[in-house]
Design a protein around this ligand. Structure first.
Ligand code: ZN
Ligand code: ZN
Length: 619
């Protein structure tokens, strides 16, 4: 559709900028690209499948209920007592339960006044050491202010640990539950060591709010008389406590003495898609106790008791109208049930996001191939690359790719002057301010000459035109042609290597800029080449270029030579330098300049030489 309004053309809103891409036809790089792409596709598919990246994963919420079964016989002294579930287990807050495995009892306690149990902190030598009403956080009661003797019995074997203050076994008297609980070690072996045969039934219900899906670990039809075994019965929800400890890497009989903490992990990894449905729990067990700290102090019962999960509880009763209690310090294993996991269900958005995130990997092929192409420029790698390239791509091909891919763009700077020698492949740059000697011998920087496009080159020569033959050249031009060249034949200057240069006509201060030969070393002059005639001096070519730029150009005889001469200068620069916009900054060798002047002379023969860029360069 044609756009009718002007703004439509100029408005950048309707333009799209896109990058230009270089297409390289190469069997080796083609194979490499496809190998990388196939590897990436395999990787993406494996990731998609194994990590279920096509699913939306949702966390779960859960509830746990436990039921412990088992009977233990406990022998204390000559008495045997049977412990059942109500005796040894306590439901705890959260998903935990506690099983008593060992205990210390203090019988027949009642409210009264009695001396403290002697320890280094409670011993006293006189009443001054005790103060009425004082409550020591470590003591069991409120001090009365008296220091009295404690009656030691055979139950207290640790008396030799006490310091000198406790020699007389005198302690502060306190108002408390009497007699005071003695400091006793946990019995070895544990009194309820047979608790390892207890079983626990774990009921676990889970719900995925994100998928609105619920399930539980005990499904209809499950054999409820089983016992969990890691490989034989991995789905059974009934666990033997001894097995749990064993799986957690602990020994039940040693943990039973001072107690411990064991984590029962229930992991749900649910695939809720109908075609791959699976939603079964996996059970694992971990010892959550700090084993390392315990092993550092294996004999320290105090340290063990601090670390263990012991706690005290009491059974109260009345005897003859007096309230009494049995104090029990219980050691046991706490089981923490940790339920976690995710449920995944197919989700098209997740799939699109995953595929989108992997698309960038396909760019790796281009990055790697770019790197291989670029590697040819690194000198250190070159020898290795050469050996490597012998079997895939020759270095020269890579060099060609590189030059096509990375186009060197040069921005000519007015403070710099550019020149080139016919026997060198590069262009030379020199600062105009530093011109203190003839340009021919000056130290200069080298920059690469741009590659010529051969298709463009073919179009460079104008189509042969019948009028372009010399017989049809207008009369006034022939007259100008046969005029004698203005430069008098002089001795060749010493900086000339080609034998065709002329000394500069510029004043002494600025003549260095014109002291430039077409060659670095001695050899034939560029003006003697056939191409120089054709590209620079051919009247028909120059006429074609002038008319190409300005189709209705007035070919006024006087101005024509000036125009042809300038055009010839530009032709030479375009030919030898290759950069556009360099016409005003490139220096022509003396031989070329004089050759052009000879062909297209100025009427008065007074040439101004090189001028600053804003004054048209070579005149
Ligand atoms: Zn020369
Ligand atoms: Zn020359």
């Amino acid at each position: 559709m044609r756009c009718q309004k002007d703004w439509c053309y100029s408005n950048s809103m309707f333009t799209i900028k896109t990058s230009k891409v270089l297409q390289i036809h190469s069997v080796w790089y083609g194979i490499l690209k496809w190998v990388i792409c196939v590897l990436i596709i395999i990787y993406v598919c494996i990731g998609l499948w194994s990590k279920k990246m096509y699913q939306r994963q949702e966390p779960l919420i859960s509830s746990v209920h436990t039921k412990i079964k088992g009977i233990a016989e406990v022998n204390i002294g000559n008495k045997t007592r049977v412990w059942d579930t109500a005796d040894y287990t306590f439901p705890l807050q959260g998903n935990s339960f506690f099983v008593i495995t060992n205990f210390v009892t203090t019988e027949d306690q009642m409210q009264g006044i009695c001396p403290e149990y002697p320890t280094n902190r409670t011993c006293c030598s006189s009443d001054q050491d005790c103060r009425k009403g004082r409550i020591n956080p470590l003591s069991k009661g409120v001090q009365t202010g008296n220091c009295i003797k404690y009656n030691m019995t055979n139950d207290h074997p640790k008396i030799h640990d006490l310091s000198d203050t406790c020699k007389h076994q005198k302690t502060c008297e306190v108002a408390a539950w009497c007699p005071i609980e003695p400091r006793k070690n946990a019995p070895r072996p544990a009194l309820l060591a047979s608790a390892e045969n207890f079983t626990v039934l774990i009921k676990n219900s889970i719900h995925f709010p994100g998928h609105n899906y619920s399930t539980r670990n005990i499904l209809p039809g499950i054999d409820i008389s089983c016992t969990f075994h890691k490989t034989l019965k991995p789905d059974c929800p009934i666990f033997r406590l001894g097995d749990i400890l064993q799986e957690a890497g602990a020994n039940f009989s040693s943990v039973a003495i001072h107690g411990g903490i064991v984590g029962i992990e229930i992991y749900w990894d649910c695939n809720l898609d109908a075609w791959f449905y699976s939603c079964k729990p996996k059970y694992s067990f971990h010892n959550l106790d700090d084993e390392m700290t315990k092993s550092l102090h294996p004999e320290s019962s105090w340290f063990a008791s601090v670390l263990s999960g012991s706690f005290r509880y009491a059974k109260y009763y009345k005897e003859g109208g007096v309230e009494k209690r049995t104090l029990i310090k219980a050691f046991g294993v706490r089981f923490d049930i940790l339920v976690f996991g995710t449920g995944g269900k197919f989700d098209i958005i997740q799939l699109i996001m995953y595929i989108g995130s992997t698309l960038s990997y396909f760019g790796l092929a281009t990055v790697l191939i770019d790197f291989l192409i670029h590697m040819y420029t690194m000198n250190c790698c070159r020898s290795w690359v050469y050996r490597f390239c012998k079997v895939c791509e020759p270095c020269a091909v890579n060099e060609d790719y590189y030059k096509r891919k990375y186009e060197t763009s040069l921005e000519p700077k007015s403070a710099l002057k550019y020149f080139s020698f016919v026997d060198e492949p590069c262009i030379r740059v020199v600062k105009q301010d530093s011109l203190k000697e003839s340009l021919q011998d000056m130290k200069s920087e080298e920059i690469p000459r741009p590659q010529k496009n051969f298709i463009k080159l073919a179009n460079l020569s104008p189509p042969p035109h019948p009028d372009a033959s010399s017989s049809h050249v207008p009369q006034e031009e022939i007259q100008l042609l046969i005029e004698k060249p203005t430069s008098p034949p002089q001795a060749r200057p010493e900086w000339c290597r080609c034998g065709h240069c002329h000394p500069s006509q510029l004043p002494e201060s600025s003549k260095f800029i014109e002291e430039l030969c077409c060659r670095r070393e001695r050899g034939p002059c560029i003006t003697t080449s056939a191409l120089f005639e054709e590209l620079v001096l051919s009247r028909s070519t120059l006429r074609f270029i002038l008319l190409y730029q300005e189709p209705l150009l007035e070919m006024d005889a006087d101005a024509l030579n000036n125009q042809l001469r300038r055009c010839a200068y530009r032709c030479y620069i375009e030919w030898r330098f290759g950069y556009e916009d360099m016409a005003d900054l490139a220096i022509l060798p003396s031989c070329c300049r004089w050759k052009i002047r000879e062909c297209f002379p100025k009427k008065d023969g007074n040439y101004t030489g090189f001028r600053s860029p804003n004054r048209q360069g070579h005149i």
